[in-house]
Design a protein around this ligand. Sequence first.
Ligand code: S3P
Length: 440
Amino acid sequence: MSLACDLRFHVSPGGCLHGRIRVPGDKSISHRAVMLGAIAEGRTEVSGFLEGEDSLATLAAFRCMGVSIKGPEGGRLTIDGAGMGGLRAPDAALDLGNSGTSMRLLAGLLAGQRFPVTLKGDASLSKRPMRRVTDPLTRMGAQIRTSPEGTTPLDIDPCPGLRGIDYQMPVASAQVKSSLLLAGLYARGETCVTEPAPTRDHTERMLTALGYPVQREGPRVCLSGGGCLTGRAIDIPADISSAAFFLVGASIAPGSDLVLEHVGINPTRIGVLNILRAMGADIEVTDRGEAGGEPVADLRVRGAALKGIRIPEDQVPLAIDELPAIFIAAACAEGETLLTGAEELRVKESDRIQVMADGLGVLGVETDPYPDGIRIRGGGLAGGVVDARGDHRIAMSLAIAGLRARSPIEVRDCANVATSFPDFAFLAARAGLLITERAA
Ligand code: S3P
């Protein structure tokens, strides 16, 4: 795993983005391909897998549980599924690094296994709330312990048997929903999860693609335990969350004209397109198709004059990971942008409201942070030295701000960009961002 404070981005002001690029594979779908391929019957051939630290942590965890996985090589994996009952006890605690998705989804998937297991993570992951999954899993009969603060490590002991649950989620979280559905595969009876607002549905789609019946009725999704999955080919689209930095970058830099290829445009992930368009962005969706049960398209984005907006609260869960990048668009827009209903941002890889408010403050942007959001006064960016606090999405958001900054920006503590987008600086430089990486 990466060392804190060992990488900095230096971005010279100006430039614009052009050409055609394909950003790496979707992180959420990459995790799920490994998890479901590992417990399926037969072979799952994956293409477009994200070779980032987070999804590699999931892959390593399943290798430690005896699953044969070849690759990754050029985004390809071959997983020989162990079947529903085929995972083996690992020799040591599973280290999931910075990855909240690995931690929360594995908590559910491993709650019904016949062996004990401990899940641990890095300093950032060790601060994140876990009771949101361990409480409902305990109600299902799981034997699972957190630290006294409700954080990792998680110690899971075998239980006599999980029972299905009918759970109304208090927060709109795809990780919680997915964790319970994965536990539900091993539970007696039916597991139903009702979400307060739509969240990404990659787990449901992939279960269906691997032949496991899943019922959806409005906000409620249900499955019955005791079935099995069948391995198949899974083509993973490019990650709209990684594309978001380029959507914002090209929008704020006059003269930009950039095509992002084969991007996943699942309706539960397109808040960033809806929000940027409402701000006046020029984004065209072309070449629509399908990959691995997910809708994909090419996105053409050109520079445009943006205006500040009140971000509709129903778009927040659909853009949850893209909000730091959207804050940069807001800083370059005319007028104010107001975000509310986004308290979840405070418990991501960092407190993304505060860390972005601090970074924007250094860059001369006025903000008012609130417990559940932020007000950003648009009008342009100065330069300066800003701190990403080890949060990959903050690092990339502050880097693309250079396209419109009046002087150079140095972004510190960027090593964790490797968790989701290892080639970010290379690809961004190829597209026209004046960025260099420096070891600190
Ligand atoms: C994810 C769900 C979201 C998102 C995270 C990935 C997933 O988290 O922020 O990056 O893959 O299910 P929450 O479920 O906590 O909203």
